[in-house]
Ligand binder design. Structure first.
Ligand code: SF4
Ligand code: SF4
Length: 204
């Protein structure tokens, strides 16, 4: 029937309107900021950088590969790569960002930076109360402002963070097994190349 969908929608609105006077569940708005609705686990606002350990700088997962910078559609990520290296979460020597800024006045929360990052280093935050009177500097977040611990990641996206932890632990175990196999092979090669000890009187 023509207009059936509109009538159904209006009936639902009327049901919620009348119901909101008797049932709190039917109230679809709250008196913000005094009242707040809980943040959904899959909510996303702007990106943040994940770090492990208690040291935000040394523990940053980001290796400054700059893939996210290249793929960000509005080009609001700015990265400078270090000249030296530091060990990553798996103990592998990696570069790190000496500068990692995101201009959140330009970011469109598309999450592409998260999708393309091969190191689980950048994730979407749920923090939305970021208003400031400083239109330029205040909305250009640097790596210290962007850095948030893995514990924080677990608090805001528990399911996703747990899956990431499992994945990283598997990769770390694989890397350790590979390193051990390489070390064992090198030791076996060195032992094989060692000359046999000379025994006095042997063969005289
Ligand atoms: S969420 Fe999208 S727009 Fe924002 S920094 Fe990431 S890639 Fe760029
Ligand atoms: S956040 Fe990820 S993709 Fe972006 S530079 Fe760091 S490691 Fe590379």
């Amino acid at each position: 029937m023509l207009g059936e969908g509109i009538l159904k929608g209006m009936a639902e609105t009327a049901r919620n309107f009348a119901g909101s006077f008797v049932s709190k569940e039917r109230l679809t708005t709250v008196e913000y900021p005094e009242e707040r609705i809980p943040t959904f686990e899959n909510a996303r606002v702007f990106p943040f950088l994940v770090y492990d350990t208690n040291d935000w700088e040394a523990g940053l997962r980001c290796v400054a590969c700059q893939i996210c910078e290249k793929e960000c559609p509005p080009k609001c990520i700015y990265i400078d790569k270090s000249k030296d290296k530091k060990p990553d979460y798996a103990g592998k020597q990696q570069f790190y960002p000496t500068r990692f800024d995101i201009d959140i006045s330009v970011c469109m929360s598309c999450q592409i930076c998260v999708e393309v990052c091969p190191f689980e280093a950048i994730k979407m935050d749920t923090e939305f109360e970021l208003a400031t009177g400083d239109r330029f500097g205040g909305l250009l977040l640097d790596r210290k402002q962007l850095a948030k611990s893995n514990e924080y990641y677990h608090r805001i996206h528990p399911t996703e963070a747990a899956e990431v932890d499992v994945r990283l632990a598997e990769e770390k175990a694989k890397a350790n097994a590979k390193a051990k196999a390489a070390a064992d092979a090198a030791a076996a090669k060195a032992a094989a190349a060692k000359p046999a000890p000379h025994v006095e009187g042997a063969g005289d």
